[in-house]
Design a protein around this ligand. Structure first.
Ligand SMILES: [Zn+2]
Length: 273
C-alpha cells in the first residue's frame, strides 16, 4: 500500500527501469529473460507517454483491477534496456470494466508486439492480491538468477523446508527480509495455466517463489525495488549455498539458535527455524 501523494507515471517507469537494471547487474536477466509488471490503484492518464491504444483480450480475468492501470514489460524486451527508454519497452494496460479485456496504451517508439509471455501469471497474482488485501500498489517480477535456479535443479532443494533451512543460514539479514521463506513450486511449462495456478497459490503464502528449473517470481505491495531486493537477497543466499557445495560443504552457516536469537532481537515472526 502506498500513501498519497502518489508517484507519477514517469517516476514509476524509471523505477521499473532501475529494478530491471539491478536484476541485470546480478546476472538474473540474460538476453530477454525476465519480466516486470506494476499495478497502480489510483487515477492515471497514460496517454501522454503512451498515445497509441488497442483493445486486447486478457489471458486471465481481473475484475478486482477494473478501471485501473498496470505498467508491463513487452515480450522479447531486455530488462536491462528499460531504463534507457521506459516508454518504448513498457506497455500501459488499463483494465476495462468487464475485467476480461483491457486497453493497451503504447508509445510511438514501441519496441514489442505483445506484452510479456508470462502475462497470465502476472495478472493472476495482481488480481488475487488486490482482491484479498485491497492494496493500491503491487509489483511482480520474474527473473532467472543462476544460483537459485541451479539449486532448484537438485531434487533435495525442491523441498520447501530443506531449501529454506539451507539458504537462509548464510546471512543475518536473510530471515529478516524473507521471514516466511521462499516458496518452491515444481517445474511447469512457461506461460502455462499450471504455472499460473501454482504461482498464484504460492505467492499467497510467500512473497517470493522459486519456479523449479526456470527462475523466480517475487512480489511487493510497496515498491518495485523491494521485489527486486527480495530476489537479490535470495540469490546471494543461494550463491553461498552453491559455494559451500562446491567446496565440499565445510561450513554450517548460522545455527538454528543464532537465527532464533536474531528473530528475537528484531521481533521477526517466522516458522522455518
Ligand atoms: Zn523465464
Amino acid at each position: 500500500m502506498i500513501d498519497a501523494p502518489y508517484p507519477d507515471l514517469l517516476e514509476l517507469m524509471e523505477l521499473v527501469g532501475e529494478a530491471g537494471k539491478r536484476l541485470s547487474d546480478i546476472d538474473a536477466t540474460e538476453g530477454a529473460a525476465g519480466n516486470i509488471s506494476v499495478y497502480l490503484g489510483w487515477e492515471i492518464d497514460p496517454r501522454r507517454q503512451f498515445p497509441d491504444s488497442e483493445t486486447i483480450v486478457l489471458p486471465y480475468e481481473t475484475p478486482a483491477l477494473k478501471e485501473k492501470v498496470l505498467l508491463i514489460s513487452g515480450s522479447g524486451r531486455r530488462l536491462r534496456e528499460i531504463i534507457s527508454d521506459p516508454a518504448a519497452n513498457l506497455g500501459c494496460l488499463k483494465i476495462n470494466a468487464d475485467g476480461k479485456t483491457g486497453t493497451l496504451f503504447t508509445s510511438t517508439r514501441r519496441l514489442f508486439n505483445r506484452l510479456t509471455s508470462e502475462l497470465n501469471s502476472h495478472l493472476a497474482v495482481h488480481q488475487d492480491q488486490v482482491h484479498q488485501t485491497n492494496t493500491n500498489f503491487h509489483a511482480v517480477i520474474h527473473a532467472q538468477p543462476p544460483h537459485l535456479t541451479f539449486l532448484s535443479h537438485i531434487p533435495r532443494y525442491q523441498d520447501f523446508t530443506f531449501f529454506n533451512n539451507h539458504i537462509l543460514r548464510w546471512q543475518p539479514e536473510l530471515i529478516v527480509n524473507l521471514p516466511e521463506g521462499v516458496g518452491v513450486i515444481p517445474f511447469a511449462v512457461p506461460s502455462s495455466d499450471e504455472l499460473m495456478c501454482k504461482t498464484l497459490e504460492a505467492l499467497r503464502v510467500n512473497r517470493m517463489v522459486v519456479w523449479c528449473k526456470h527462475g523466480v517470481i517475487a512480489r511487493s505491495d510497496n515498491s518495485v525495488k523491494r521485489a527486486a531486493d527480495r530476489i537479490e537477497y535470495a540469490e546471494s543466499a543461494a550463491k553461498y549455498e552453491y559455494m559451500n557445495l562446491v567446496c565440499g560443504e565445510p561450513a554450517v552457516g548460522l545455527s538454528r539458535d543464532e537465527i532464533i536469537s536474531i528473530c528475537r532481537a528484531f521481533d521477526i515472526k517466522q516458522s522455518i527455524f
